[in-house]
Write a protein that binds this ligand. Structure first.
Ligand code: ADP
Length: 221
């Protein structure tokens, strides 16, 4: 059983690396931002409640987030463990989490602020299947169209200059202290997120004592 948290600034690759680890190690991948976005897209009651907050780049209230995480983890479908991305982002969320679960490690993807804007502004998502692209090093074959389903590629509603500025401020003010707390408990492995993603993934695994990443196995996918 392995239980990890993945943290890092916007655009640092949390979703990408959580996905790669989860697929290979049979971990349940819990992306709190993804759960929220699913609710917004599907017009649920929760979606209506959080839509404007998210679009503005602000953090959703702790009660709402704790409810989502509690419910998701209560499903107990994580036989081999889980990796959680986008949580905890405030000290209150961290306290709630540490009271309820023991964790094996916190992966901190380190990226300088100067690189964040470039990455976030280049990010695109398929409106059809949700596959993500980055116009810097992962462009679609046909401009504006998803390679997998042909759907339209769009920017996230909160990937604007204005909302990004708010998200960065929220990150430094509220999530920074969470990282400090985890550091004091010696949970954190810090990995430089600037190299190519295969190399970053390899470093994460080495630092956590996990089996090495095998890119060749995935080349046909
Ligand atoms: P990013 O890390 O790039 O900001 P996410 O997809 O993780 O993107 O989150 C998008 C938005 O969802 C956040 O800006 C915030 O509004 C909301 N959100 C996600 N996770 C949390 C959380 N743990 N606490 C409060 N709000 C959250």
């Amino acid at each position: 059983m392995r239980k990890y948290v993945i943290m890092g600034i916007q655009g640092s690759g949390k979703g990408t690396h959580a996905g790669m680890l989860a697929a290979d190690l049979d971990l349940v991948n819990i992306g709190v931002g993804d759960i929220l976005r699913w609710n917004v897209q599907n017009h649920t009651k929760l979606g209506a409640q959080v839509r404007r907050t998210m679009a503005a780049g602000e953090l959703v209230g702790d009660d709402v987030i704790e409810g989502i995480v509690r419910e998701r983890l209560a499903g107990h479908d994580w036989n081999y463990g889980f990796i959680i991305d986008g949580f905890p982002r405030s000290e209150r969320q961290a306290e709630f989490f540490l009271e309820s679960y023991d964790i094996d490690g916190v992966i901190y993807l380190d990226l300088p602020d100067s690189e964040v804007r470039r990455r976030v502004m280049a990010r695109r998502l398929c409106a059809g299947c949700g596959m993500d692209y980055n116009l810097i090093d992962n462009s679609p074959r046909e401009k504006g169209r998803c390679d997998a389903c042909g759907g339209e590629l769009v920017s996230r509603e909160d990937d604007t200059e204005e909302a990004l500025a708010v998200r960065l401020r929220e990150y430094h003010e509220k999530t920074g202290p969470v990282l400090d707390l985890f550091r004091r408990k010696e949970y954190v492995v810090t990995v430089d997120s600037r190299p190519p993603k295969e190399q970053v993934q390899q470093t994460i695994r080495a630092r956590l004592g996990l089996p090495a990443y095998q890119p060749a196995e995935r080349a046909t996918g």
